[in-house]
Write a protein that binds this ligand. Structure first.
Ligand code: HT7
Ligand code: ZN
Length: 874
């Protein structure tokens, strides 16, 4: 496969002003009539250039130019592209193609899901529908007529407003949609199906009424309220926080069961993976409710950050994704607990994005090259990209940031632009120079901050030395220092924040500061300190960096109970637990768990004055994935044993406290989604899970009762998961069977049922995972089911996946080879757990590498999987 480079970007040779589409939808295929109004781009250097349109898996039926048939020697099919050598400066081109949505298992372009037609055009799916310059900087106005059988497809949707509808012969009908906003073709959408409509209205800040509609299969009609409420909250929030009003008169969401990602922000017609939109308390967990709110918001926010202002090319993907993730994170923080949201985001960064940034697929937030763009919908583009925007927000402050975003939207409305344009708007609005800051977009890898300190008691001066280094990544060495906002505080012996005076005699000094790191090394002095402070570093995870500082366990205990920054309290607890686990790694079974950790957990469990949402997070031990990420050469089984030792010691020692915590948080009220209620359920289910790790009989009874009586899925799933991960084999079998019997007709719940088993730590597991693949509810063509079994096993069940006989790796390789023929995007994503083979201890490494080679050697490997495997083995 060819590598595409950012440095080769050229403006498009032709622009498309208007697209007129007519879809004839049938059971054995679809005929697409496309009329493009095209003109040469005056900015393109060669005004004699041939017209080249992208295509993929299309059967070409006819080509007409300005209404006249183009003879077969007047165009060429070159590879998958349609080339028309002789074209005037302005013309209309009509192309008719035949496609087979019913056979489309890649789920790119037009495909069928549960009997309905739907589309996914980002990044390069539109070319699977018709020939087109499939690149985001070609923006056109679309008019779309959909024709289909009325009985089977009563609902026909596309972008914009419906402007015409009527009956056709043979029981068919049509609807025509017109989108007044020019858009790139990746935002095109079409849906045809037998769907029910849930309606609501949103009254905008300027007094317009927007017609809101969610379309779902009739069996899901009762599961739309949360998404609708989330949508209205998002619309209000975007008006209030960013001054962004919705622009069309109608906004639609459609739920589809087969979808490669979470959702898609098509203009006025968002298409969602069912699991990211449908929820009711009895079928969706708290986490699912929160995810739905965040994804609904994310897609809605794209209407401005992505659709009104879009990307010039796919190297700029983080322009829309990083900014929009930042926006949805702030929204979620405002809707719930900001500290908890920050902990969740930082955990994802530190566990998974840092791993990506240290692996063979590492790339900058603005990549310089790719083979297959679908592989670049990564944590780096999304999450690190959001952290980069957050740092601009931190450096500028909220007012100047808002000025910058206003300027960005105003300056670039209707344009396809670059991350550099975004930064420039921020600079121009604030007067700040972000020249060095731009390195965050260009340099891959996670910066490391080595921090050391000294205290001069005579002068009352505390000195903090901070050195930054950025590790090498594929194709990048000798990196330059980055501009890093480094938030910190200093704690006195009483646990209170000390004033941070940078010079003697400073008055009115803050208790927390954002220092700006720009050099490879800085030394900061803090004056007027009568005692040696305990540093609270990188408060709020103010930058996506690793911080190394030699905290003692006592200091960490102290920070975990006193830091005024909630995030750093949690972080101190995590660091303490990591230190204890790492120290136990490789020790014989009789290694002691530090009593201070047990004391810290006892206090957390019993102090009802603490913020319970934070306590619920602090109780979670660092995950095995995080411990692997921190290791130089990960011995997964040794880390797992050490972590289990800590967990079971805590559970055994704190049994009474856990039972008390469980009963104290008994939640018989109606289901509520407040941070307090979520924390109660989380605490209660954590207590249950821990007690079942030590096979506590009383807890087993509690879990059985909770499972039977739960009025919400969080509690039912909490009990199920705890039992599935316990040694109570009979109970485990019973609840799994009972759960399936009850929920077998609900695909979203069945997905959860699959993943709780695939992620279970029950020993001798692979046979059971294989059995799940032959279960009647498992579907190879449904990405959610594939993720819930294969993805959950390889991505979450690390102690079972990493076996020294390499069986887990061979299993994954087999499934990837099989999936590659069905859905390359999903296959490529599943390879991820193997890509970091170099990071693991030798006993694992060879097996992982061999599994990658097994995949590499498959005939007809897709470009998607080829890129991941070859880069991993390079
Ligand atoms: N912008 C959307 C990306 C997306 C996507 C990309 C590749 C393949 C399938 C896909 N489905 C959706 C999602 C988002 O970030 O909002
Ligand atoms: Zn997005």
């Amino acid at each position: 496969p060819r590598t595409i480079y950012l440095s080769e970007y050229q403006v498009p040779a032709f622009l498309v002003d208007h697209v007129d589409l007519r879809f004839e939808l049938f059971e054995d295929g679809a005929r697409v009539h496309s009329t493009l109004t095209i003109r040469r781009n005056p900015e393109f250097p060669d005004q004699g250039e041939a017209l080249v349109l992208d295509g993929d898996s299309l059967v070409l039926e006819s080509v007409r130019m300005n209404g006249e048939a183009v003879p077969e020697n007047g165009y060429q099919l070159k590879g998958e592209q349609l080339l028309v050598p002789e074209v005037p400066d302005h013309f209309e081109l009509t192309v008719v193609t035949w496609i087979e949505p019913q056979n489309n298992t890649r789920l790119e372009g037009l495909y069928k899901s549960s009997g309905m037609f739907c589309t996914q055009c980002e990044a390069e799916g539109f070319r699977c529908i018709t020939f087109f310059p499939d690149r985001p900087d070609v923006m056109a106005r679309f008019r779309t007529r959909i024709e289909a059988d009325r009985a089977a497809y009563p609902v026909l949707l596309s972008n914009g407003n419906d402007v015409d509808r009527g009956e056709l012969v043979d029981g068919r009908h049509f609807v025509t949609w017109e989108d007044p906003f020019p858009k790139p073709c990746y935002l095109f959408a079409l849906v045809a199906g037998d769907l029910v409509e849930k309606r609501d209205t949103f009254h905008t800040c300027s007094g317009r009424d927007i017609d809101l509609r969610i379309y779902v299969e009739s069996r899901n009609a009762q599961k739309c309220d949360h998404a609708m409420d989330s949508l209205k909250r998002s619309m209000r929030w975007d008006e209030e926080v960013y001054g962004r009003e919705y622009d069309l008169d109608i906004f639609m969401i459609v739920a589809v069961d087969d979808f490669n990602m979470g959702a898609m922000e098509n203009k006025g017609l968002n298409i969602f993976n069912s699991s990211c939109v449908l929820a009711s308390p009895d079928t969706a967990t708290d986490a699912a409710f929160q995810r739905i709110e965040a994804i609904v918001a994310h897609e809605y926010f794209h209407n401005w950050s992505g659709n009104r202002v879009t990307c010039r090319d796919w190297f700029q993907l983080s322009l829309k994704e990083g900014f929009t993730v930042f926006r949805d994170a702030e929204f979620s923080a405002d809707m719930g607990s900001p500290t908890v949201k920050r902990i969740e985001d930082a955990t994802l960064m530190r566990t998974a994005q840092f791993a990506e940034d240290a692996g063979p697929m590492a790339h900058p937030v603005r990549p310089a090259s790719y083979m297959e763009i679908s592989n670049f919908y990564t944590l780096t583009i999304y999450e690190k990209g959001a952290e980069v925007v957050r740092m601009i927000h931190t450096l500028l402050g909220p007012e100047l940031f808002r000025k910058g975003s206003d300027l960005y939207f105003e300056r670039h409305d209707g344009q396809a632009v670059t991350t550099d344009d975004f930064v420039r708007a921020m600079e121009d609005a604030s007067g700040r120079d972000l020249g060095q800051f731009r390195r965050w977009y260009e340099q891959a890898g996670t910066p490391v901050l080595d921090v050391s300190d000294e205290y001069d008691a005579d002068q009352g001066v505390y000195r903090l030395k901070v050195q930054q280094r950025i590790p090498d990544t594929p194709g990048q060495t000798d990196k330059q220092p980055q501009h890093i906002p480094f938030a910190l505080g200093l704690l006195g012996a009483d646990g209170a924040d000390l004033p941070l005076a940078l010079a003697d005699g400073d008055t009115d000094v803050p208790a927390s500061r954002v220092l700006e790191l720009t050099e490879a090394e800085h030394t900061f002095e803090f004056h007027g300190l009568a005692e040696r402070p305990v540093p609270s570093l990188l408060r709020g995870f103010s930058a996506p960096v690793r911080v190394h500082y030699p905290w003692t366990r006592d200091q960490l205990m102290f920070l975990a109970s006193h830091d005024s920054d909630g995030f750093n309290r949690w972080d101190a607890g995590q660091r303490l637990a990591v230190d204890v686990i790492q120290a136990l790694e490789g020790q014989a079974d009789d290694g002691e768990v530090d009593a201070r950790l047990i004391d810290a957990y006892r206090r957390l469990l019993n102090d009802a004055t603490l913020d319970q949402a934070l306590v619920a997070k602090m109780l979670n031990l660092p995950s095995l994935a995080y411990l692997i990420e921190l290791a130089k050469e990960a011995d997964v089984q040794a880390l797992h044993r050490a972590r289990e030792k800590v967990l079971t010691t805590l559970a055994g020692t704190l049994r009474e406290d856990l039972l008390a915590c469980y009963h104290r948080n008994d939640d018989s009220d109606d289901y509520q989604l407040t941070p307090e209620a979520i924390a109660r359920r989380s605490l209660r289910n954590t207590a249950l899970a821990w007690l079942l790790r030590i096979d506590d009989a009383e807890a087993c009874d509690l879990a059985r009762v909770q499972f039977d009586r739960a009025s919400n899925m969080t509690d039912q799933m909490g009990a199920l998961r705890a039992l599935v991960n316990s040694g109570f084999a009979a109970e485990r079998g019973e609840v799994l069977d009972g759960f399936y019997q009850r929920w077998q007709d609900d695909p979203q719940v069945v997905e959860q049922w699959f993943s709780v088993q695939a992620a279970s730590t029950e020993a001798g597991h692979l046979g059971k995972i294989r059995a799940l693949l032959t279960h009647p509810a498992f579907e190879w063509t449904n990405p959610n089911k594939v993720r819930s079994v294969i993805g959950a096993f390889a991505g979450q069940n690390l102690s079972e996946f990493h076996q020294d006989d390499a069986s887990g790796y061979r299993f994954l390789a087999e499934q990837v080879r099989r999936l590659d023929d069905l859905n390359p995007q999903i296959a490529a994503r599943l390879v991820a757990p193997l890509t970091r083979w170099r990071k693991f201890a030798p006993v694992y490494r060879e097996g992982m590498k061999t599994a990658l080679e097994m995949i590499r050697d498959k005939d007809g490997l897709s470009r998607d999987v080829y890129e991941v495997v070859h880069k991993s083995l390079a």
